[in-house]
Design a protein around this ligand. Structure first.
Ligand code: PGA
Length: 251
């Protein structure tokens, strides 16, 4: 049985006071979803603050990005072991905003995935097609190539140490959600790709969906056979919404 996982991606939002208020409301509200694994990914400067606020709770900490390098002359970068020291357990890798706005390609994403594994972080590999690629009916190929790049770098056993998040680019922050049937089709495709390499890894791999998940649509998305939770952007900034999404994963 794959335990459902819901991760909040705060993106570049937050302030000390707002973070504290959000978590103060969120932590008690998560009592409804004790069977679900939950995490939040605040911006780097707030990791220490949030780690302190999460102490003693079941809500886990993650980061939104990391360097492929362990240390050295890399001004402005943050390494996997630094994230680990700050209490992170998860790290997003290859989010579409990193790919499209900061030029991260499949090779760099694979290096980052490997760097996360080396520091005992669980990398959350984000994959997904653009609107043009969906219209061109190459969604499955795009997603397969994104996963293949990581498989080439760390192998199926390395991939098994992470989580996959399917996030169609056209559904991120747009209010447009993929239909449950569209999501299930891509998730099943991803699982079958992994099964070609190792059926046990495929069966155990958690595949999250992300892209305009809200309290109102989370239930039917999470009810799909191959959907093991969600990566939540906008709705994770509101305690009631995020708690309701986590509760939907519990059902
Ligand atoms: P959204 O973002 O929920 O705001 O669409 C999802 C994500 O980018 O991870």
């Amino acid at each position: 049985m794959r335990r459902k996982l819901v991760i909040g991606n705060w993106k570049m939002h937050g302030k000390h006071q707002a973070n504290a208020q959000l978590l103060e409301a969120l932590l008690p509200a998560l009592a409804e979803s004790a069977g679900v694994e939950t995490a939040v990914c605040p911006p780097y400067p707030y990791l220490a603050q949030v780690a302190e606020l999460l102490a003693g709770s079941t809500l886990k900490l993650g980061a939104q990005n990391l360097s492929r390098f362990d240390q050295g002359a890399h001004t402005g970068e943050v390494s996997a072991h630094m994230l680990r020291e700050l209490g992170c357990q998860y790290v997003l890798v290859g989010h579409s905003e990193r790919r499209s706005l900061y030029g991260e390609d499949d090779r760099l994403v694979a290096e980052k995935f490997a760097a996360a594994l080396c520091a005992d972080l669980v990398p959350v590999l984000c994959v997904g097609e653009s609107l043009a690629q969906r219209r061109g009916e190459i969604t499955e190929r795009v997603v397969a190539e994104q996963i293949q790049a990581v498989l080439q770098r760390v192998g199926i056993n390395g991939l098994a140490g992470g989580v996959i998040a399917y996030e169609p680019v056209w559904a991120i922050g747009t209010g447009e959600t993929a239909t449950p049937a569209q999501v299930q089709a891509v998730h099943r495709h991803i699982r079958s790709l992994l099964a070609e390499q190792d059926p046990a890894v495929a069966a155990a791999m958690r595949i999250l969906y992300g892209g305009s998940v809200k309290a109102a649509n989370a239930g039917e998305l999470f009810a799909q056979t191959d959907v093991d939770g969600g990566l939540i952007g906008g709705a994770s900034l509101d305690a009631a919404s995020f708690a309701a999404i986590c509760a939907a994963a519990q059902r």
